[in-house]
Design a protein around this ligand. Structure first.
Ligand SMILES: Nc1nc2c(ncn2[C@@H]2O[C@H](COP(=O)(O)OP(=O)(O)OP(=O)(O)O)[C@@H](O)[C@H]2O)c(=O)[nH]1
Ligand SMILES: [Mg+2]
Length: 478
């Protein structure tokens, strides 16, 4: 059974906003008491939050679809709908968030660091909130905005100060087991370690973490053995340790050749070139091993490496090694700029919410893009003429009409608002949109003067509410 997963695709859906309510206050002997439809609640966000007690992305491997709850619709009597609940997804320290194309969206390091992976939709305003001096009795409300849907990739890059690399069976896991309290699996067959192990070492005043990765073999960069896949777990380390086997029985191997081969594979992986490295010659409890270690030591030192002779099994040279590592980790930490606060909330990249663009596409279609126009379209109940008129007013006030005109759009041209896969397309009627005011002042509800029979009004209202509710209930992102 898998117990460790370090890369998952995650589909997150934030909650949708609840629809606003269009309702008219009713009292005995006071048939039209004014609009009293409440606002819809906000949809919940989906947040990723670093939790250091979590070490694997396994949960998300099993359940890759996560959604926050929707806001509730507003109700008559000025009752607002409840907000949806945020969904908090705990992730391990060192989780990198990427989009499907592989672009890094966030790098989550430090307990409590959080990232809004999908934003909840706004609730729609009820007709009470939409009322104004000019529009005393709006017969419509705004729809809730659908919650954001995101497909993201989570990748775990273990956060360790020291990383051990080397051939299979060189003794990397054995070293972790004797330097720290961690108890990784150790055995005399290659590729015992299938996933990185992490241990905490205390040397004097310094406490640091040490990790190993599955053994590397020649051709790892071409996918031989377990390949280089796990090297991302060493990317964050400040010190690399080459663990070299002085007691291998394979005839074509010796510590210096092993080192060259591992270095070549690291080079293929890339990005680790400037990391300080030291060499550990392990298994000097074996007499031949000790001899070989003495023999290669000058050669390695000539290349500029600090060399440590140790035996993980016989506990030789360990203290010296762990203090040397502590010193190097200390230097690396001192060189690093102090991290401000660990708790940073990173939001998805800010959208410019004031602007919009109008572009004529090859097929003649005019496309309007912009946070506001796109949201307004989603908030509009297209079955309600008054709501459509309100949308036209908003677009007009933002200057969309004028820009379309400037871009050469003429009556009857196709206009799309939104991205290709999710746009509202209509035939442009500038006189209707720009001249919306000419059709009579919107909001002066003729029903105030000549009310429909109460039963009819109730039926209309119920039908409207039913429809809004149905749409709300039907909205299931997955
Ligand atoms: N004699 C001797 N044997 C050792 C020493 N260190 C490790 N070994 C043995 O070498 C074998 C491999 O050790 P591991 O710690 O599992 O090696 P590894 O580098 O983690 O190997 P992979 O996980 O396969 O990459 C085991 O049988 C260990 O007992 C040592 O200092 N002396
Ligand atoms: Mg191992």
């Amino acid at each position: 059974m898998t117990t460790f997963v370090d890369r998952v695709e995650l589909h997150v859906a934030a909650g949708s906003g609840g629809h606003g309510c269009a309702s008219v206050h009713r009292e005995k002997f006071k048939p039209l008491g004014g609009p009293d439809g409440g606002n819809g609640g906000r949809g919940g966000d989906v947040l990723l939050v670093v939790d250091q007690s979590i070490t694997t992305l396994l949960d998300y491997h099993h359940k890759p679809h996560r959604s926050a709850t929707n806001g509730k619709p507003g109700e008559g009597g000025n009752r607002s709908g409840k907000d949806g609940q945020d969904l908090i997804l705990p992730v391990p320290d060192g989780t990198v968030v990427l989009d499907k194309a592989g672009n890094v969206l966030a790098d989550l390091v430090g307990h409590g660091t959080s990232y809004v992976a999908a934003e909840g939709g706004r609730g729609g305003l009820g007709n009470a909130a939409l009322a104004s001096a000019r529009r005393k009795a709006p017969g419509f409300a705004l729809l809730g905005v659908p919650g954001g849907l995101q497909e993201i990739v989570l990748e775990l890059k273990t956060v360790a100060d020291v990383a051990l690399v080397g051939y299979p069976s060189a003794g990397k896991s054995s070293l972790i087991s004797v330097l720290s309290a961690a108890k990784p699996k150790i055995a005399d067959y290659p590729f015992t370690t299938l996933v990185p192990n992490l241990g905490v070492v205390t040397a004097g005043e310094t406490v640091y973490t040490i990790a190993d990765v599955p053994g590397l073999i020649p051709g790892a960069s071409q996918g031989k053995g377990l390949g280089l896949e796990f090297l991302r777990h060493v990317e964050r380390c400040s010190v690399l340790v080459h663990v070299l086997d002085t007691a291998t029985l394979e005839s074509e191997r010796d510590p210096v050749t092993d080192l060259d081969i591992i270095e070549e594979e690291l080079k293929q992986y890339g990005g680790l070139g400037n990391r300080p490295r030291i060499v550990v010659l392990n298994k000097i409890d074996v007499p031949d091993g000790k001899d070989l270690a003495e023999m290669v030591r000058p050669d390695l030192e000539a290349r500029g490496y600090r060399v440590f002779e140790v035996s993980a099994v016989a506990h030789m040279g360990l203290k010296e090694l762990s203090f040397a590592l502590a010193e190097m980790v200390g230097q690396a930490r001192a060189a690093k700029p102090k991290e401000e606060a660990t708790r940073i909330v990173i939001r998805p990249k800010a959208v410019d919410d004031t602007g919009f663009t109008v572009v004529q596409e090859e097929d003649g279609l005019f496309r309007v893009r912009g946070e506001k126009p796109e949201r307004w379209v989603r908030q509009t109940d297209f079955n309600n003429d008054e709501a459509v008129g309100y949308l036209a007013d908003r677009l007009n006030r933002l200057g969309v009409e004028a820009s379309l005109m400037k871009a050469g759009a003429r009556s009857g041209d196709g206009v799309a608002i939104g991205p290709e896969e999710n746009a509202v397309v209509f035939d442009w009627e500038p006189t209707v949109m720009a001249g919306a005011e000419m059709l009579g002042r919107r909001g002066e509800d003729h029903r105030l003067e000549a009310p429909r029979p109460a039963a009819q009004r109730r039926r209309d209202k119920e039908a409207e509410r039913d429809e809004a509710e149905k749409e709300y209930n039907d909205f299931k992102p997955f």
